[in-house]
Write a protein of this length. Structure first.
Length: 74
């Protein structure tokens, strides 16, 4: 029974890590793109800041995925 509880806890931890990966990736890209869009609207420079901040958000999302994958128990 004890072994079953440990495997369940490990599975639950794994599911928790992976469930946050997709959300944090999408959120980073959306926040970056939205920030760039707001700057473009304010400065009338579209699509310059949108593209810059989109790629910054994309890089941040990739880093979030990498960090989460490194926490994954092997």
């Amino acid at each position: 029974m004890q072994k079953l509880n440990k495997s369940f806890a490990k599975t639950f931890l794994t599911v928790g890590i992976f469930s946050t990966v997709g959300f944090s990736f999408v959120l980073a890209v959306v926040i970056g793109a939205w920030s760039g869009w707001l700057l473009d609207e304010w400065l009338s420079t579209e699509p310059a800041f949108f593209l810059i901040f989109f790629f910054i958000g994309l890089a941040a999302g990739i880093m979030n995925v990498y960090r989460a994958a490194s926490k994954f128990p092997k």
